[in-house]
Design a protein around this ligand. Structure first.
Ligand code: CIR
Length: 254
């Protein structure tokens, strides 16, 4: 059984962190509806969805991916790079206690889960405006003894590593070549985002199905031509908050 931890959209989402996007009005009701649709998709794809309550004082707290990394062996509670996001860890850590032993990233390290891409036993860690070298080193210290290879990846031009590259099948990555050094991923197949859709590399793989934003039809076509099975979803309001589909859940086997 797969578990998916999610958290409701904060009524304060309008005050979210933004790094590469201009602030635009976010329709709260619509964002809540889109988020419910997202939870529904997770459920249809076989996840038991845990729905944490919205946090009125934590604008970015719907983006639970950034506060934990869940592996078979343990869950690692991060220390998010944006100070305003650090209180987000409390409720997610509590929700993870029944499932995993917890480890923690601590000062002076910063690490956002959006910067951590795991492909089998290979873990890639974006060094970004949110994740620092100490964050990489602490994660390496936890995972290397468990047999993972842990590789730093320089991220520029986008918020997180997973804004630039995500996994769409057991051996295939979806990526934006302008934001990522292809060399590091040369052992895997690649599908590039359509040049008109720079933000289209964030896809959420659940088993062999992909939850994918409907905002990127040209890249979607590339994925479908490759034989991949897509579940499109409108997350336009969450995209305005610089989020996408991986960031709204933590999915892991129970
Ligand atoms: C932030 O800047 O932290 C949020 N507004 C967006 C976080 C999105 N997280 C993710 O893609 N993993």
């Amino acid at each position: 059984m797969l578990i998916a931890i999610t958290r409701g959209v904060s009524p304060a989402i309008q005050n979210c962190q933004l790094t590469h996007k201009e602030r635009q009005p976010i329709d709260l009701e619509l964002s809540e509806q889109q988020h419910r649709n997202y939870q529904e998709k997770l459920s249809v794809l076989g996840c038991q969805v845990i729905k944490l309550p919205a946090e009125p004082n934590l604008p970015d707290s719907v983006f639970v991916e950034d506060v934990a990394i869940v592996l078979d062996e343990m869950a690692i509670i991060t220390r998010p790079g944006a100070e305003s996001r650090r209180p987000e860890i409390t409720a997610v850590a509590e929700a993870l206690v029944p499932f995993r032993e917890l480890a923690r990233i601590t000062y002076p390290a910063t690490l956002d889960g959006g910067d951590v891409l795991r492909v089998g036993k290979s873990v890639f860690v974006g060094i970004s405006s949110r994740t620092n070298q100490a964050g990489f080193e602490q994660l390496w210290g936890l995972l290397e003894p468990l047999g993972y290879s842990v590789t730093p990846v320089s991220v520029s031009g986008c918020l997180h590593l997973k804004s630039a590259v995500t996994q769409v099948s057991v051996d295939t990555l979806l990526l934006n070549r302008d934001w990522i050094d292809l060399e590091l991923f040369s052992h895997l197949r690649h599908i590039a985002v359509h040049p008109d859709e720079s933000h289209a590399a964030n896809a959420l793989l659940i088993g062999e199905k992909i939850i994918y934003p409907s905002s990127y039809p040209r890249t979607r076509q590339r994925l479908e031509v490759d034989g991949l099975s897509l579940f499109p979803i409108d997350v336009s309001e969450l995209i305005k908050a610089e989020g996408a589909v991986t960031c709204c859940s933590l999915v892991f086997p129970s």
